[in-house]
Design a protein around this ligand. Structure first.
Ligand code: G3H
Ligand code: 13P
Ligand code: ZN
Length: 335
């Protein structure tokens, strides 16, 4: 099965929602080999379909081709797992074209922000750029995710820092005009580790209303790391200095899934897991110097956190529900 269009994976989640047995697919960010290996170990062990996604920052950090081949290696080594290779927060058509030329089976165009990835855009701009990307990507059978509304959080370089919840009626108009496959909706979540000072209340009504108006569109929740307190504690115990913070509670994510969210983006939690493991290793064994000795535990910690998410999002065991489809099949579907 290996590399599949993201649509085929999300279809399994949408079908399950319709049958009142909802589950979501985690979309996990990758920058390097250890992250990729940790994620795939979790997917294999839990028999979960998975979306592996690379941001522009990740592609730049890894000089594109290194990351491309790490992702392709994951696909080659795990032929039984349906995997979508997704561009996270694409900012213009050129970035999308580049990703498709690198074999990505899915792209996000985040037209809620201007090309700088920071300045909120107008609705008209968002419709125009998203429509343009959909026309291009669909001609290759590639899935497209758009975004409407803005998230909080800026420290990872994506976002304006202001939460602007999605208007469900506008979401209906947006999907009708652009024909995006998946839509990231702003429900009060936020990118990065410093999301909230107190337990957040998500806008569940936005999910409910959007799901009713758009029964065939895959709904996406970004900024959905839970920022586990135990990881923050390990980091701080071993020389870190992270301030008080809270993430999105797992209970809230479960409720979001029950109301129709299909894709959940997680990046920060794997960063925290890796940092906690490495800090602990350095403080407990200061005489060691071989990177394999600390990147190994970091990889194990990433595996552990992703395994938990796959179980909590109920992705576990759903490999069998993904229909085998190729980009060629999808080209015909879009025509
Ligand atoms: O939503 C943004 C992701 O967490 C990617 O972050 O641009 O630092 O790779 P990055
Ligand atoms: P987190 O920062 O909450 O992990 O969100 C990641 C994300 O939305 C990637 O697009
Ligand atoms: Zn995001």
């Amino acid at each position: 099965m290996p590399l599949v269009p993201m649509r085929t994976i999300l279809e399994a989640s949408l079908e399950a929602y319709k049958k009142e047995a909802p589950f979501a697919i985690g979309a996990y960010n990758v920058n390097n080999m250890e992250q990729m290996q940790g994620i795939m170990r979790a997917a294999k062990e839990t028999q979960s379909p998975v979306i592996i996604q690379a941001s522009r920052g990740a592609l730049k950090y890894a000089e594109m081709n290194y990351l491309r081949h790490i992702m392709l290696a994951a696909i080659e080594l795990n032929p039984e797992i349906p995997i979508a290779m997704h561009l996270d927060h694409g900012n213009n058509l050129d970035t999308v074209k580049k990703a498709i030329s690198l074999s990505f089976s899915s792209v996000m165009i985040d037209g809620s922000l201007m090309e700088d990835g920071k300045t909120p855009s107008s609705y008209e701009y968002n419709v125009r750029i998203t429509k343009e990307v959909v026309e291009y990507a669909h001609s290759f059978g590639v899935t497209v995710e758009g975004e409407l509304g803005t998230l909080g959080g800026i420290e990872d370089g994506v976002g304006s820092g202001k939460i602007h919840l999605t208007d469900p009626q506008q979401a209906l108009d947006f999907v009708n005009k652009t024909r995006v496959d998946a839509l990231a909706i702003a429900i009060g979540t936020s990118h990065g580790a410093y999301k909230f000072k107190h337990e957040p209340k998500l806008a569940f009504d936005v999910i409910e209303k959007t799901r009713k108006l758009l029964p065939e569109t895959f709904l996406v929740s970004h900024g959905s790391s839970s920022v586990p307190q135990d990881l923050i504690d390990v980091i701080n115990k071993h020389g870190g200095n992270m301030q008080h913070t809270m993430g999105v509670p797992l209970e809230s994510l479960k409720r979001a899934i029950s109301l129709g969210i299909n894709k959940i983006n997680v990046d920060t939690d794997t960063r925290l897991a890796a940092t906690a493991a490495i800090r602990k290793f350095f403080s407990e064994t200061p005489e060691k110097f071989d990177p394999r000795e600390y990147l190994g535990p970091a990889r194990d910690a990433i595996y552990e956190v992703i395994r938990k998410r796959m179980i909590e999002f109920d992705t576990e065991g759903h490999i069998k529900d993904v229909k085998v489809m190729t980009l060629e099949d999808m080209k015909k579907f879009y025509k």
